[in-house]
Design a protein around this ligand. Structure first.
Ligand code: COA
Length: 261
């Protein structure tokens, strides 16, 4: 994987660890960082040795404190639309990734940071995490899919309140609303929890995991019939080596050895 300027990465035991690393700006997402995310996730999809991804923010204060306000303070209508469409494209790539992606949210996840977290497949927060969409304080609205994904995730009633007030939620409030999978005391414990979940998923059939992503995403796509996608995916499973291996291993009372084929 090519060196990136704003995102640190390391691969260990099949897990790609990404750290958004602009700590002095609370890891705010500038254009270059978004572009780096896009490049990385395009490679994740193609690289068989990467089986799961953990995204976190550098330091203990912030996951990501939003889009970089320095870059969005002088937009015009044309580049504002491009800005939103590019962010939406990158987050869609993350959401559609066929490897599980877990956000470890340490501190502020505001604006584009909250949108990044909710584009990931799962979220584990530390107790000091704070979630919010404060764009209304800037005369803006979320542009990276936040109005859509937040509403899908926690429902219209609470999402509307959060989007209109710009209020922040702490980790326990976010968990109670269904925004989080787990809350852990420290970043180390949150990463350990993410690793535990990813390792379990990595023991399953990789093609099945990718199909789960497609089927779950289809629930939220207006132009797709999720039941049809589920039936098609189910049918595709039986063409895989892993299907033969999984069923055979069960009957032979042994653990399956999946190859992602
Ligand atoms: N874009 C650019 N820079 C940001 C940023 C953002 N979204 N969020 C924080 N920063 C920068 C600050 O400007 C400051 O930089 P400086 O030291 O060069 O002045 C640095 O990060 C530290 O932030 P600071 O505001 O001093 O920390 P704080 O603890 O007082 O407050 C926050 C933390 C998160 C409450 C506050 O930074 C904030 O409200 N950030 C903006 C959140 C937002 O509106 N996000 C949505 C953007 S669309």
């Amino acid at each position: 994987m090519a060196e990136q300027k704003n995102i640190l990465f390391e691969t260990k035991d099949g897990i790609l660890y990404l750290t958004i690393s602009r700590e002095s700006k609370l890891n705010a997402l500038n254009f270059n960082t978004l572009e780096e995310l896009k490049n990385i996730f395009n490679e994740v999809n193609d690289n068989k040795s990467i089986r799961g991804v953990i995204i976190t923010g550098a330091g203990d204060k912030a996951f990501v404190a939003g889009a970089d306000i320095n870059e969005i303070s002088e937009l015009n209508e044309l580049n504002a639309r491009k800005f939103a469409e590019f962010g939406q494209e990158v987050f869609e790539i993350i959401e559609s990734c066929h490897k599980p992606v877990v956000a470890v949210v340490n501190g502020y996840a505001l604006g584009g940071g909250c949108e990044l977290a909710i584009a990931c497949h799962m979220r584990i927060a530390t107790t000091n995490a704070k979630f919010g969409q404060p764009e209304v304080n800037l005369g803006l609205i979320p542009g990276y899919g936040g109005t859509q994904r937040l509403t899908h995730l926690i429902g219209r009633t609470k999402a509307t309140e959060i989007l209109m007030t710009g209020d922040m939620l702490d980790a326990n409030e976010a968990k109670a609303l269904g925004l989080l999978n787990h809350v852990e005391a420290t970043k180390e414990e949150a990463i350990a929890k993410a690793e535990e979940i990813l390792k379990k998923i990595m023991s399953k059939a990789p093609l099945s995991i990718g199909m789960i992503v497609d089927c779950v995403n289809a629930v939220f796509a207006n132009d797709e019939n999720g039941y049809q996608i589920e039936a098609n995916s189910f049918a595709r499973c039986v063409k895989s080596e892993d299907y033969r291996e999984g069923t055979k291993a069960f009957l032979e009372k042994r653990k399956p050895n999946f190859k992602g084929e």
